[in-house]
Design a protein around this ligand. Structure first.
Ligand code: AHM
Ligand code: MG
Length: 341
């Protein structure tokens, strides 16, 4: 039998001394929130029997929708611990202040409590995404600028995938590590140490039904991924299969494990695409770089974009470096053609 290492043990053994207090405990808090959310998502199929989400359950109590519930769990896990100065969530319009009665800490947490929530009712994998920044000014209580930082300045990021098993995958800048929840023990156990995105890549993931909404450069890139159309700028397309779940965490995780690229490009009527920069694209971009891959909006690294709004969107190409760089090459070529026309 190989060594059994809990996430708590792993975090403790791998944090530098300076990060052994607040930061380590913040990661524990997130792991605990993940277990609580797991417990509820795994019972999602029972809502019709035991009470519908958003309706009244058998005890006559109002039930929350699962994404609102997950948002609340993370907030309640983190608001009073003295580790955070501010939070931002996909579910909340404004930044979330630490209530006045609690001490404030030196970190800022951004999160998407339950991404891919349209998949909940059909029993398809969903996920939580999180990123942690240092607060800009440790003296002050949290402000918007504490979360409007480029993803390159993240000190940690990760996700929880509620799939065939529940997994927590995170990085603090020293590689990407994955833990699988043993539901019997209630512990996340180290299952994937030092994940690297493999070569050659196996999958490309894009919602092909939007083909007619993309610019010619994106269309040509997707043609290239599919082994059709003109040759790529740098290399022939590797032979890959299509996979698209419609849950970013699940699509990202599969491609991280098997190699590939996930694309959510700009559309004519949605020039910023759909994916949110702060708590979706940014943390995953940090993870993919830690795993040897790359993430781009088609022009520049996602890590370099300085957010100006909390719920800002960005086009996203993320996965094996060569595949994402090829997207950038196709879009550069498109720009040159437009400039010449
Ligand atoms: P959500 O934050 O409302 O759940 O939307 C984000 C999700 C991602 O998980 C996924 O990659 C994408 O939306 C799928 O969008 P589409 O159905 O347009 O392909
Ligand atoms: Mg989301």
């Amino acid at each position: 039998m190989s060594k059994v290492i809990t996430i708590e043990r792993f975090i403790l053994d791998h944090q530098p001394d300076y990060a052994r207090g607040e930061f380590t405990n913040l990661l524990y808090d997130i792991a605990l929130a993940a277990k609580i959310i797991h417990q509820n998502t795994s019972r999602a199929g029972l809502v019709d029997i035991l009470g519908r989400a958003g309706g009244i359950n058998v005890q006559g109590e109002e039930q929350q929708k699962l994404d609102v519930y997950a948002d609340d769990v993370i907030f309640r896990m983190c608001d009073h611990t003295g580790r955070l100065c501010v939070m931002a969530s996909e579910e909340q319009e404004e930044i979330i202040h630490i209530p006045e009665q609690f001490r404030k800490g030196s970190y800022a947490l951004v999160y998407d409590p339950l991404d891919g929530s349209s998949n909940i009712d059909v029993n398809v994998s969903i996920g939580t995404i999180f990123g942690i920044y240092r607060c800009k000014d440790w003296e002050l209580r949290g402000r918007l600028e504490d979360v409007l930082q480029p993803a390159r300045d993240l000190v940690a990021a990760g996700y929880v995938l509620y799939g065939s098993s529940t997994m927590l995958v995170y990085s603090t800048g020293q590689g990407v590590h994955g833990f699988t929840l043993d539901p019997g023990l209630g512990e996340f156990l180290l299952s994937h140490e030092n994940i690297r995105v493999p070569e050659p890549p196996k999958y490309y993931s894009v919602n092909h039904s939007y083909y007619s909404r993309w610019s010619p450069g994106v269309q040509r890139y997707v043609d290239w991924l599919e082994g059709r159309g003109e040759a790529g700028n740098n290399q022939p397309a590797p032979s890959m299969s299509a996979r698209y779940i419609g849950s970013l965490v699940a699509d990202f995780h599969r491609n991280l494990m098997r190699g590939g690229v996930f694309c959510y490009p700009a559309e004519r009527s949605k020039p910023q695409g759909k994916i949110r920069l702060l708590y979706e694209a940014g943390p995953l971009a940090y993870l993919i770089e830690q795993a040897g891959g790359y993430a781009s909006d088609g022009r520049q690294s996602i890590l370099d974009i300085v957010p100006t709004e909390l719920h800002q969107r960005t086009p996203l190409f993320i996965g094996n470096r060569s595949l994402v760089q090829e997207a950038e090459a196709f879009l550069r070529q498109e720009e040159q053609e437009m400039a010449q026309a």
